[in-house]
Design a protein around this ligand. Structure first.
Ligand code: UTP
Length: 506
């Protein structure tokens, strides 16, 4: 344990002596918690962190036009597309992906260290239940997706393969996530194939360059962004773990996309087929000002540019066919080879850009009273997972369909976008479409037919409620033999038991 003198000296070097201002008022337990926290901070790094935060915050502004002229779209030869590819090509990529999976060369990595402040629940977002008939949480949906892809690869290749699941958590999410998985018996997965690890936390800094105290003996800390992944991979020896397991490819994704296709064989097959070391799923932006980052090149290097970083005129530029020039919206679904991750972690991590978020950070004032600020008062610095694209030797993008792949849970109900309601509706609309395509007929409570509806409005539930367990179907496959010409009473839940019943009644 660090002594008081050593802690004091450290903080003086970093210009942060105020952290000990309440020392004389602390109990033995409180002071040792504070010393513990200080012992994790290196003075030179802390000094640099606070300096960089203030500098970045002073530069933090909206688009200044500096990027626009240097941007170019991803060249078409580096983009694959679900929309523009025929069945045969998609099948070829899917087969390649399943082959890699069957050979135990593919893992998934979940970014689950975020604080989910906008959703505002006091537990990790992955534990959220958006109100599906099954009551499943995001974690459970993802776990079942893994099992189903393993099964598809096993059936095709006569093997017993494993897709390990790496889960990056933070101080906020590790404990509850571990407990939730234990209590849920890992949703049927083998615990040794679920590897949880923790990202680092960094102090929030005030506009005066002083780190913020959230209690008399506690520094306000926040996770270092989802780009903290690369440091966390090193800290927790995850690349070595991948090496031991013979894993070559990693599908990285965010916790909050209810439509995420776990270890998507088509995406993985596409990236492997192109010899890529780094890839990103993208989707066609819905409209020029849609607030999603755009995958593009700047001075020849791949990057994601946030909507706020470019001028509206640039966002509105169109190509010869009338399509948006910068249309490749980033949805935080990435492909990395192990070799690429190793190179990034060893050589490039320190070059990753620091992004600034100006937030309201609760703090204790000079008298030790807790203050909940009404105006933003703190600078949080974050690294982003996609900022490594620039280091890729062969980058590819893969355009997917929004209604099949992307519906994030960001905000609490009441907000116009990306809420529990919109996430639930996206999933139910997808499953309703799959059931109709498989030839199912829906009935209402009074056994009256519900006329099928092929185009749906986003702000309404589908005409019939249908939820299909990922354990039954991964992307709508295999449903015809269960649902064709069957009368399905809404709300209809197709889980494994119901699938067995349907097989028996065929
Ligand atoms: P968001 O940027 O949406 O942040 O994260 P968030 O923390 O979930 O929500 P807000 O902004 O506080 O409301 C996108 C993804 O990156 C992960 C999140 O868990 C989510 O999967 N993430 C974010 C991390 O893993 N670590 C971080 O430090 C930040």
């Amino acid at each position: 344990m660090l002594s008081f003198e050593a802690a004091k000296a450290r903080l003086e070097t970093a210009g942060q002596s105020h952290v000990l201002q309440f020392w004389s008022e602390l109990s033995a337990e409180e002071s040792s918690a504070l010393l513990e926290e200080i012992s994790l901070l290196k003075p030179e790094e802390l000094l640099e962190h606070c300096r960089a935060a203030v500098e970045a915050a002073s530069r933090h502004s909206s688009a200044d036009g500096r990027l626009d002229a240097r941007m170019e779209p991803v060249p078409p030869e580096f983009i694959g597309s679900v929309r523009k590819s025929d069945e045969e090509r998609l099948k070829m990529w899917g087969d390649e992906g399943l082959l890699q999976i069957s050979q135990d060369r593919v893992a998934v990595l979940l970014l689950a260290g975020g604080q989910g402040t906008r959703l505002g629940v006091p537990y990790p977002k992955g534990m959220y239940n958006v109100g599906l008939p099954s009551g499943k949480t995001l974690y459970q949906i993802q776990a079942e997706g893994i099992q189903k892809v393993q099964e598809l690869a096993n059936l095709k290749h006569g093997c017993r393969c494993t897709i390990p699941w790496y889960i990056m958590t933070s101080e906020f999410t590790l404990g509850p996530t571990e407990k939730f998985f234990r209590d849920s018996e890992y949703f049927g997965l083998c615990p040794s194939n679920v590897v949880m690890f923790e990202q680092r936390m960094i102090p929030a800094v005030g506009f005066d360059g002083k780190i913020i105290l959230e209690k008399k003996n506690k520094i306000a800390m926040a996770p270092d962004g989802n780009g903290g992944l690369y440091r966390a991979l090193v800290d927790n020896k995850i690349i070595e773990d991948m090496e031991r397991r013979g894993l070559e490819y990693l599908h990285v994704y965010c916790v909050d996309n209810i439509l995420v296709k776990m270890a998507d064989p088509v995406f993985i097959g596409f990236c492997v087929n192109k010899g890529a070391d780094c890839g990103a799923k993208v989707l066609d932006k819905a409209y020029p000002s849609e607030p999603v980052g755009v995958v593009c090149r700047v001075d020849g290097l791949y990057q994601v540019i946030e909507y706020s970083e470019i001028q509206p005129e640039t966002a509105e530029l169109r190509g010869p066919g009338g399509e948006l020039l910068f249309s490749a919206g980033n949805i935080c679904n990435h492909f990395f080879t192990r070799g690429f991750l190793k190179e990034v972690a060893e050589k490039f991590e320190s070059q990753l850009k620091q992004h600034v978020a100006i937030k309201k950070v609760p703090f204790v004032d000079g008298e030790g009273n807790l203050v909940k600020p009404t105006k933003p008062n703190g600078i949080k610095m974050e690294k982003f997972v996609f900022d490594v694209f620039q280091f890729s030797n062969k980058f590819v993008a893969f355009e997917v369909l929004r209604e099949e792949e992307f519906s994030p849970l960001k905000n609490a109900d009441g907000a116009p976008l990306d809420t529990p309601t919109t996430a639930r509706r996206s999933l139910l609309a997808q499953h309703y479409r799959w059931a109709l395509a498989a030839g199912g007929n829906f009935l209402d409570e009074q056994d009256k037919p519900i006329p099928p509806k092929h185009s749906m409005t986003k702000n309404k539930d589908p005409p019939a409620i249908c939820e299909i367990s990922p354990l039954v179907s991964y992307f709508g496959e295999g449903l015809e033999k269960l649902l064709k010409q069957k009368n399905l009473k809404s709300p209809f839940l197709l889980d494994e038991n119901e699938a067995k019943n349907l097989v028996q009644t065929t």
